[in-house]
Design a protein around this ligand. Structure first.
Ligand SMILES: Cc1cc2nc3c(=O)[nH]c(=O)nc-3n(C[C@H](O)[C@H](O)[C@H](O)COP(=O)(O)O)c2cc1C
Length: 367
């Protein structure tokens, strides 16, 4: 049988070059049980911590350590645009009321239209420069083996990470951003094509990956975006990647924390249902299209920047989730949803990716 080992495996000290993508989603999409399951299967599990208070990040890291002694990672978002943003949710809401009354009024109108009682998001913390600094501090203090920066420039983390032997990965969605990751001095680069779930750019994986591989020089690259079975893994390897960063395929894992209704939406969705919208967070995000995303698009209002649009819509999402109205909440996922057919344990999803990769590589040897 074809072995599946690349230099990236040695760098990250894992058996197979398959990484569970960090997925924020208020801590639901990549809980410790899923992260540990992927690491225990021989890949690298990554905790998506972008929406979590520093204390929660710490607790989750410790929980992963209770469940596995294998390497794992923490993923945070480091958007540069947050420098001037207020540090509390209440202050952001006030700014929206004062400066963007038409957006505030449209949200109220959405509540009426969908007959949804108002219920502000329960957590007080909001993504801000201060929160990110605290999240980074915890991750460094806990000496997590791998740090991944989903958005933004990880250069601020690299020197401290290097001192404690932590590996740093940076996600990019364009060849230009790949160069920023190279300059930041990361240990590995994730090239995420537009097919991917969550925040995503405009360049498709087939065009992006070879360009990032070329820009990265000796730095290993992981392919991401639309890789939901072994054929995708093999294709990424063929394009020069040394591994893959897989999100959507693991969303439906039994160990994942999304409500079953949201997992079932992913199972049932076709590729065309997974659309990009700027209205959920203020940055382009791929998710299951629904009436709420459509209503925003029809409104003609521009999305506010993050964190304002994000805070606005987190209140709506929270209300929808609390009411069990999963059809009008946000459910991020990628175009690969079209090839996902059932909920399964993470180990089975992982084994499926591995087997499919080997079959594809073996088939190609015969060409
Ligand atoms: C539900 C969801 C949440 C995500 N949240 C984050 C995040 O917090 N940080 C991040 O770096 N990427 C995030 N992403 C993007 C993933 O890390 C990854 O790049 C993407 O899922 C890969 O494409 P795929 O979904 O086609 O596998 C998210 C993706 C999904 C589906």
């Amino acid at each position: 049988m074809t072995s599946l080992h690349t230099p990236l495996c040695d760098l990250l000290e894992i058996e197979y070059p398959i990484v569970l993508a960090g997925m924020g989603s208020w801590g639901m999409a990549t809980p410790p049980a899923l992260v540990a399951a992927v690491s225990n299967a021989g890949g690298l599990g990554v905790l998506g911590c972008s929406n979590l208070a520093a204390k929660e990040v710490e607790e989750r890291i410790r929980e992963v350590r209770r469940l596995t002694d294998k390497p794992f990672g923490v993923d945070l978002l480091l958007p540069a645009s947050l420098k001037q943003a207020p540090g509390s949710r209440a202050a952001v809401r006030q700014e929206i009321r004062d400066n963007h009354p038409e957006h505030w009024a449209f949200l109220e109108e959405l509540h009426r239209r969908f007959n949804l009682p108002e219920r502000p998001f329960q957590h007080d913390h909001v993504i801000s420069a201060e929160l990110i600094a605290q999240q980074i501090e915890v991750t460094l203090n806990e000496r997590v083996p791998v740090f991944a920066a989903g958005l933004g420039d990880p250069a601020i983390v690299v020197p401290q990470a290097r001192e404690i032997g932590m590996k740093v990965m940076g996600v990019c969605g364009s060849p230009r951003n790949a160069i920023r990751q190279v300059k930041a001095g990361v240990d590995a680069i994730v090239a995420q094509g537009t097919e991917g779930g969550g925040h995503t750019g405009q360049v498709a994986s087939f065009a992006l990956l070879p360009q990032v591989v070329d820009a990265a020089g000796d730095i290993p690259v992981l392919g991401a975006g639309g890789i939901s079975d072994g054929r995708g893994v093999a294709a990424a390897l063929a394009l020069g990647a040394q591994g893959v960063w897989v999100g959507t395929a693991f969303l439906v894992a039994d160990e994942g924390g999304l409500p079953d209704a949201l997992k079932d939406q992913i199972v049932e969705a076709s590729t065309g249902d997974m659309r990009i919208s700027p209205y959920w967070t203020g940055k382009t995000i791929r998710a299951v299209n629904n009436e709420v995303a459509q209503a925003w698009a029809d409104s003609g209002l521009p999305a506010l920047p993050t964190p304002h649009q994000r805070v606005l819509m987190e209140d709506f999402k929270e209300a929808a989730m609390a009411a069990g109205r999963y059809e009008i909440t946000m459910n991020a996922g990628g175009q690969g949803a079209g090839m996902i057919t059932k909920r399964r344990p993470a180990a089975e999803i992982f084994a499926g990716l591995l087997d499919g990769t080997r079959e594809t590589l073996d088939r190609m040897k015969g060409l």
